[in-house]
Every structure is written in C-alpha cells, then in structure tokens.
Write a protein that binds this ligand. Structure first.
Ligand code: KIV
Length: 264
C-alpha cells in the first residue's frame, strides 16, 4: 500500500482516534525535515507572510507567492498531505475566483487547499470541491480578518461567538470540507465541536481535545521574532544559526577557513 497520506487516510484517523500531526513548511529543506519527522500533513500556510517574508500580517502575501512556495514543498514529494493555504482575496469574491485560485495550488503539486471562514464561504468550498479539489476549513480566529475581529484574540468567550462557531463548523462540514482548523478557540468549545463533527478538527491554540494539532514551523524551531502564547518552542534554531554563522565569519576573517581540505 502507498505510504502517501491521503484525505481518506486523514478522515480514517478520526474514526480510529489517532491524533493528526500537522505543521507548516514553506520550502524544500524544511518540507523534507517535516516529512522525515513523520507529520501527517504539511500546510504551506499564509503565516509565511510574517515568518519568512517579514510582512506585518497575512493580508499582503500574494496568490503567486503562495503557489510558488507550495511548488517548492511539493517538489520534495512528501508522503505527508500537502495543503496550500489560499491567501486573502483569492476566494472571497466568489466561487469562480475560488476555483481558479485553488486550481493553481493543485497544479503546483498540492493535495488540497485551506481557506478561512465559515458560513460566508460555503459556496466557495462547494465550488472548489466540485472541480475535484479537497478543502480544509479554518474557523475561530481567522487572521485574514484580524481587522474586523479587532486583533488576534481568542474566539468563543461570548455567547454569540460560541453560537456562530457551531454554525460555522457545521456549515463547513456540510459544504464538504474534509477537516477544519480551529484557531484560538476556548478548549471546552473546541472539544464540543470536535465531538459534534464527523470530520477531523485540527487545533492551534484551542486545547488538547481536537483530532489533531497544527503549529507554525518557525515558532516550533525558534525562528519567529514573535510567537503566539499557545506555540511551543522545541529548539532555539535562531541562536544556533547565529552562532554557526558568527563562527564562519571569524574563521574567514582570521584565515582559518578555508583550509586545504576545502580547495583540493
Ligand atoms: O497560515 C498558517 O500557518 C495557518 C495555521 C496557523 C493554521 O493558517
């Protein structure tokens, strides 16, 4: 049997109560590392805007940039399911635009796409699925709408937010999404939504009760300048890189590098 993680296998993991591990990656080397580490899914997230391209938020990143980085990740031919994140204004204006944008991701090698929103993007989700592209939903804190939300804050504390989240979760599932990201949602609410839905929930800052977890790779590796409170740093790769580069600089200046073995 092929080792490739498919949408079908992701759905099965919920049935079998096997947790789904997902992480972002935006280029070939880190996609290879994530894949060899055994993640189930690699998300080429629009968080790339901040953690790779140094932008202030996700609103400025373009469809072309997202597609090119998805192509780089897909070139590694990961076993993990590769999901391309649809950036701001690549789907909001309607189903045709959404289908066209989504098609660019699969032509670049993605296995699926993700888009932000609940009830308001049902037509777009249905249209993308209609042309044969699997869709992952994303509700709760939707960073592409941080201006409307009033910042990057937890969602679901107010009664009306809680009710809206239930409606969004069900709408996304009914539209045909194969999974849904719950970002920065109260843990108990994420638990209830997870129990209610038949598709897997993938949490980020929404507690331990979901079917899976996702984190931004640069937060995990200590490469982000600013990380959200719910991210766990597993290594300080920034310091390790800075130390290695500073050693190189010193050796070049002193003439210690290159030694003969490097120019034989
Ligand atoms: O862009 C991203 O990295 C994401 C995750 C935080 C889910 O959407």
């Amino acid at each position: 049997m092929s080792e490739k993680v498919t949408v079908k296998k992701i759905l099965k993991k919920k049935e079998q109560k096997e947790k789904i591990a997902m992480i972002t990656a935006y280029d070939a080397p880190f996609a290879r590392a994530a894949d060899e580490a055994g993640v189930d899914s690699i998300l080429v997230g629009d968080s790339m805007a901040m953690v790779v391209l140094g932008m202030e938020n996700t609103l400025s990143i373009t469809l072309e940039e997202m597609v090119e980085h998805t192509r780089a990740v897909a070139r590694v031919r990961p076993k993990a399911l590769v999901i391309g994140d649809m950036p701001f204004m690549s789907y909001e204006t309607g189903p045709i635009k959404a289908m066209e944008s989504a098609s660019l991701f699969v032509k670049a090698g993605a296995d699926a796409v993700k888009l932000e929103g609940g009830e308001e993007v049902v037509d777009q989700i249905k249209a993308i699925i209609k042309v044969g592209i699997p869709v992952m939903g994303h509700i709760g804190l939707t960073p592409q709408r941080f201006l409307k939300l009033g910042g990057y804050r937890m969602v679901g504390k107010k009664k009306e937010e809680e009710e809206q989240l239930y409606r969004d979760a069900e709408a996304v599932q009914e539209a045909g999404a194969f999974a849904v990201v719950l970002e920065f949602v109260l843990a108990d609410l994420a638990k209830k939504i997870t129990e209610k839905l038949s598709i897997p929930t993938i949490c980020i800052g929404a507690g331990p009760y979901c079917d899976g977890q996702v984190l931004v790779l640069h937060d995990v590796l200590g490469l982000s300048q600013q990380s959200p409170p719910f991210a766990k740093k597993y290594v300080d790769l920034f310091s390790i890189a800075r130390e290695a580069i500073s050693k190189y600089v010193k050796e070049v200046k002193s003439g210690e590098f290159p030694t003969q073995e490097y120019y034989k």
